[in-house]
Every structure is written in structure tokens, then in C-alpha cells.
Design a protein around this ligand. Structure first.
Ligand SMILES: NC(=O)c1ccc[n+]([C@@H]2O[C@H](COP(=O)([O-])OP(=O)(O)OC[C@H]3O[C@@H](n4cnc5c(N)ncnc54)[C@H](O)[C@@H]3O)[C@@H](O)[C@H]2O)c1
Length: 277
């Protein structure tokens, strides 16, 4: 990671802070954005602002280029939650959640992508990485988190498009679904062993994967989804036809076609239900 310039959003606390500290310890130069919490340290520059604001997202990318001369990786990590069953979910809370996760991820990616395209077109070698943050909620659904699950599912689809469209400029794009004890998961991730090395929910366990994805060793890895934390690491396979038949072009009986397909298809991964965690 030595010398690589990495922007991390939402890096004031929780997972983002652990990423910033770990990457800086490996010699990366980090711009650590957050709404309200600044991180300091050798090789870390704090940037305060809301990444769902267009000007702020552009300024964040410019900060990396102005302070460190280039940009090698963007980690879209900023996030918020508004929990509650969907029948109680307000339209305002729905919008706020989509705004940070989807609009924020889009705006910073567009600003970084424009920089990488400019570099590539100027004939400069670009070996850049985009890492977006999804969640088990986005992959499997989460009871009581309709807005958040929808946003995090959207982040995965967005990542696939970014990987395809930015590949020509030398950019890889992957998504990570972390699990860690942070402010966001305080409601269910309660016990905190004093020794963080032995705590499977410590955010520090996720940071090395982020370093790998933003570093030189993973140049051939793109359009992938990883799930990490609480003692395991997985590559997650996305939507694909689980059972398929030819569709008759004349009239067909949906029940006669669909029932055997449902019988053949594997059962979906169960939704995450916090009452059963
Ligand atoms: N902790 C987990 O187990 C878990 C699980 C799945 C996904 N995630 C995702 O990981 C990411 C990090 O979450 P965390 O658990 O560290 O939570 P956290 O609350 O500790 O950190 C999130 C940070 O994002 C910042 N932020 C929020 N909105 C912002 C905005 N508009 N602009 C800039 N910064 C903003 C917050 O100020 C906060 O510091 C989030 O995207 C979250 O959805 C976390």
C-alpha cells in the first residue's frame, strides 16, 4: 500500500476509522471524510462534509489530488440507518437512507471515475480501485430495515455497473458486506470483550481485506461481493437463474411452469431477523 492514495468516506468512526488507521499504517496516504468526526494520524488528512452533496463529493476527490498528487482508491463506507418496520417507515427516513448510501456512493464514484478517466486519457497508467459497502441486509434482506436493505442492495447493482464501465480506465470495483461492532450495530452487537484481537466483531478484522482490495495484489479482482466479519470471510454469489425452462410462445399455464421451477430451485438464503440473532 506504500504511497497509494485512498479516500474513505464515513471514516470518523467505526469501520471507516479502522480502515483509515490500518491503511495509513501500511504506508498509504488517506483522506478520511466524515460528516462530523475528524481522524488524525500520520498520512491521514481529515475532510469534513456530507458526501451526498454534489459539491462535497467533488471536493473530497479534489482534496486527495491536491494534497497527495493523485488518487488510487475510493472506499465508499459512509452510512446511516433508520430502523423500524416498513409500515412505520416515514418517507423522509426512506429518502435520507437512500441519499447517503446510493446518492453518496454514486456522487463520489462519479467524481473519482472522472479523475481516473482524465488520467487514462492523458496516457498515465491508472491502477485504481473502488470498494463500495453493502450489507447482509442488502444481500438477504433484514427485518426492520426496509430502506437500508433496499439501499444496500442497490449498492451491489451499482458496483457491477461501475466495474463494467470503469474497467477501460484501469479501475476495479468490488463490494464488501462487513459485520462489526460499531455505533450502527450497537443494538444487537452488545458484548465487547476487552481484547479486540480476540473479538470476532472488532472492525479491525475487516481492514486487511479493504487494504487488499485497494492495493496492488487484487488487480484481477472486480465485480465481486465479499462478506466479512464475525469470524468468517465469504465470496457471495449474486442473483442468477436458479431453475429455468423454455417459455412457450403460445399460451402457457404459469402454475404448470412455475411450480416445477420452484421445486428445483434451491431455497433462498433466509432473511436476517434481528430477533433471531
Ligand atoms: N457495522 C456493521 O456490522 C455493518 C454491517 C453491514 C454494513 N455496514 C456498513 O458499513 C459502513 C460503516 O458503518 P459502521 O458500522 O462503521 O457505522 P458508524 O456509524 O460507526 O460509521 C458510519 C460513519 O459514516 C458517517 N456518515 C454518515 N452519513 C454521512 C455522510 N452523508 N457523509 C459523510 N459521512 C457520513 C457517520 O458520521 C459515521 O462516522 C456503512 O456503510 C454501513 O452501512 C456495517
Amino acid at each position: 500500500m506504500a504511497g497509494r492514495v485512498v479516500v474513505i468516506t464515513g471514516a470518523g468512526r467505526g469501520l471507516g476509522r479502522a480502515y483509515a488507521t490500518h491503511l495509513a499504517s501500511l504506508g498509504a496516504r488517506v483522506v478520511a471524510n466524515d460528516l462530523d468526526e475528524a481522524v488524525d494520524g500520520d498520512g491521514i488528512v481529515a475532510h469534513l462534509g456530507d458526501i451526498s452533496e454534489e459539491d462535497c463529493a467533488a471536493e473530497l476527490i479534489e482534496t486527495a489530488v491536491t494534497r497527495f498528487g493523485t488518487l488510487d482508491a475510493l472506499v465508499n463506507n459512509a452510512g446511516i440507518l433508520h430502523s423500524g418496520l416498513l409500515l412505520q417507515l416515514s418517507a423522509q427516513h426512506w429518502d435520507e437512507v437512500q441519499r447517503v448510501h446510493l446518492r453518496g456512493t454514486f456522487l463520489t464514484t462519479r467524481a473519482a471515475g472522472a479523475y481516473w478517466r482524465e488520467q487514462a486519457k492523458a496516457g498515465k497508467p491508472v491502477q485504481a480501485s473502488l470498494v463500495n459497502t453493502t450489507s447482509a441486509a442488502g444481500l438477504y434482506g433484514f427485518v426492520g430495515e426496509a430502506a437500508y436493505s433496499a439501499a444496500k442492495g442497490g449498492v451491489v447493482s451499482f458496483t457491477l455497473v461501475a466495474a463494467a464501465e470503469l474497467a477501460r480506465y484501469g479501475v476495479t470495483a468490488n463490494a464488501v458486506a462487513p459485520v462489526a461492532r460499531t455505533r450502527l450495530t450497537a443494538a444487537w452487537a452488545k458484548e465487547s470483550p476487552s481484547d479486540s484481537a480476540g473479538d470476532p466483531l472488532a472492525p479491525e478484522h475487516v481492514a486487511p481485506l479493504i487494504a487488499w482490495l485497494t492495493g496492488p495484489e487484487s488487480r484481477d479482482v472486480t465485480a465481486r461481493v465479499f462478506e466479512i466479519g464475525n469470524g468468517s470471510l465469504a465470496v457471495v454469489d449474486g442473483w442468477r437463474p436458479a431453475a429455468k425452462v423454455d417459455l412457450p410462445l403460445s399460451d402457457y399455464q404459469p402454475d404448470a411452469l412455475v411450480r416445477p421451477l420452484l421445486a428445483r430451485a434451491p431455497q433462498p438464503v433466509p432473511i436476517v431477523d434481528p430477533e433471531r440473532l
